[in-house]
Design a binder for this molecule. Structure first.
Ligand SMILES: Nc1ncnc2c1ncn2[C@@H]1O[C@H](COP(=O)(O)OP(=O)(O)O)[C@@H](O)[C@H]1O
Ligand SMILES: [Mg+2]
Length: 298
């Protein structure tokens, strides 16, 4: 199975004859079994991008292929689950009735509808609320109903637009576990959330959408790399010798800034510097994280 590939995607809105470009050439890929987080400021176009990929909106130019086919291929659509930012449906229906309707719409065989819906209600901890009207549901319960409908046909491609907004901690844990289960099943997952800590926990990789393009594409292992700044005693070292000892990083203002992957490497880095005869007067560490990427600091 192939994953999701988006190339040179552009999309502008045209309110009242004005042209407002939102996506200006977005490229991304998501492999089967990969959970990718999409972050970016409000209005960056995260919802627009997701809506284009699932086929809710038409992009202007560029291409979207899912498992090697166009995103409006019916078979691809059947294998795609989508939890929109807001679900608008008749709130007079009960949660169970809504899901049974969605099951029939998705083509679940008639004699399987009830069992499938009961499974999903149980999985989303909504069994008790099954007969309650949606108008009585909390925001978090509506989110979980949205998740349930998206999982109806065990999708290979799952798109979640802020799935944890409005959820209490238990709801957040539930969605986190669910994403892990879908990943284990081999689903490709794209997840848009403002909760950076949540993204860090569930995602293999994170995309930062800014000014209409993917400004950062980071494996989370790399995001967590450790930056070490070593301050040298002025006049105590030879620039060329220190540069060679730290693998080519030139000291600047009597400091050497280098990245290491593990904490164990911190001591190695410092001892290589000390080994040149340089005086070390300070060592500081900084872990690049999603927050600093979001703030544009790293
Ligand atoms: N239907 C629309 N018509 C005009 N502008 C829109 C429309 N939908 C969204 N926008 C604008 O497009 C930009 C991106 O919106 P959106 O994709 O919802 O961003 P995000 O999900 O990252 O917050 C925003 O500036 C928003 O105001
Ligand atoms: Mg949005």
């Amino acid at each position: 199975m192939n994953g999701i590939r988006v190339e040179a995607l552009t999309k502008a809105y045209r309110p009242l004859g004005k042209v407002r470009p939102v996506l200006k050439g977005v490229d991304l890929t998501i492999a089967p079994g990969e959970v990718v987080g999409l972050i970016g400021p409000n209005g960056a176009g995260k919802t627009t991008l997701m809506s284009c990929i699932v086929g809710f909106l038409n992009a202007d130019t560029g291409s979207i292929t899912i498992d090697g086919r166009s995103n409006d291929d019916l078979d691809v659509r059947r294998r795609t689950g989508f939890v929109p930012e807001r679900m608008n449906f008749d709130r007079r229906a009960s949660g169970g009735a809504f899901l049974r309707y969605m099951a029939r719409l998705a083509g679940v065989p008639h004699d399987r509808v009830r069992a499938r819906v009961d499974e999903l209600l149980a999985r989303l901890a909504l069994t008790e609320a099954s007969d309650k009207r949606l108008s009585q549901y909390s925001r978090g319960m509506l989110q979980r109903i949205g998740m349930a409908q998206a999982l109806m046909l065990d999708p290979d491609f799952l798109f979640l637009d802020e799935p944890t907004s409005g959820l209490d901690p238990n709801g957040v844990f539930l969605v986190r576990d669910l994403i892990a289960e879908e990943k284990a099943r081999g689903a490709a997952v794209l997840l848009n959330s403002h909760q950076l800590a949540e993204i860090e926990k569930v995602c293999d990789r994170v995309l930062f959408l800014k000014d209409g393009v993917i400004a950062r594409d980071e494996a989370l292992r790399e995001v967590a790399k450790i930056t070490i700044t070593v301050t040298l005693l002025p006049g105590s070292y030879d620039v060329a010798t220190v540069t060679a000892a730290v693998g080519g990083v030139l000291p600047k203002n009597d400091t050497v800034t280098a990245n290491v992957a593990t904490e164990g490497e911190i001591a190695q880095l410092v001892s290589r510097i000390v080994g040149t005869g340089a005086g070390v007067i300070d060592v500081r560490r900084r872990t690049a994280d999603l927050e600093s990427i979001f703030r544009g600091e790293s």
